[in-house]
Design a protein around this ligand. Structure first.
Ligand SMILES: [Fe+2]
Ligand SMILES: [Fe+2]
Length: 166
């Protein structure tokens, strides 16, 4: 059985992984927005929630291109990353370091997504799934832009605020 599995199977499996992950992220982002102390942070998390909704729709299009039902597969990695983010929210509640911690959690999420999309794009290329490549590249571009915005937010304010005892 295992010997007959090929790149198509890996691609579908990983597509299910990121589909599950995006849905978990969709639920986590409003909590992060509520927790964030800075207005910019709140707005950024809410904006990325909107983008995430669109990303889920693009993934559904990829499933459709494959003629497969859109179905997630439990991704323990994203569950762990989100759980660590919740720990930060709890342990740093009302502290000046909260936003810097939230940003670091969000960047762990973005980097997980960037890794997944990078792989999926290469595999879709290899498999000749041209339309899927474009959809996945659109998601990757949003994750990379989000990662950069988070870096800017950390550098412009959150890290310095975290350093001071209030
Ligand atoms: Fe995403
Ligand atoms: Fe993201």
């Amino acid at each position: 059985m295992a010997a007959t599995k090929t790149l198509d199977d890996l691609f579908l499996d990983t597509l299910k992984d990121i589909y599950f992950a995006e849905k978990q992220i969709l639920k986590a982002l409003p909590k992060m927005a509520r927790a964030a102390q800075s207005e910019e942070g709140k707005a950024g998390f809410l904006q990325h929630r909107e983008e995430t909704q669109g990303q889920i729709e693009r993934l559904e299009e990829v499933f459709e291109l494959l003629g497969k039902a859109a179905r997630g597969k439990t991704c323990e990695a994203i569950q762990g990353i989100i759980a660590e983010g919740e720990e930060i929210m709890e342990e740093f509640k009302e502290s000046p370091a909260l936003d810097a911690g939230l940003i670091s959690s969000a960047q762990a999420v973005e980097h997980y997504e960037i890794a997944r999309y990078g792989t999926l794009i290469e595999w879709a290329n290899q498999l000749g799934l041209t339309e899927a490549v474009l959809l996945l590249q659109a998601n990757l571009a949003e994750e990379e832009a989000t990662d950069q915005k988070l870096t800017q937010l950390a550098k412009a304010s959150a890290n310095a605020k975290a350093q001071k005892a209030s």
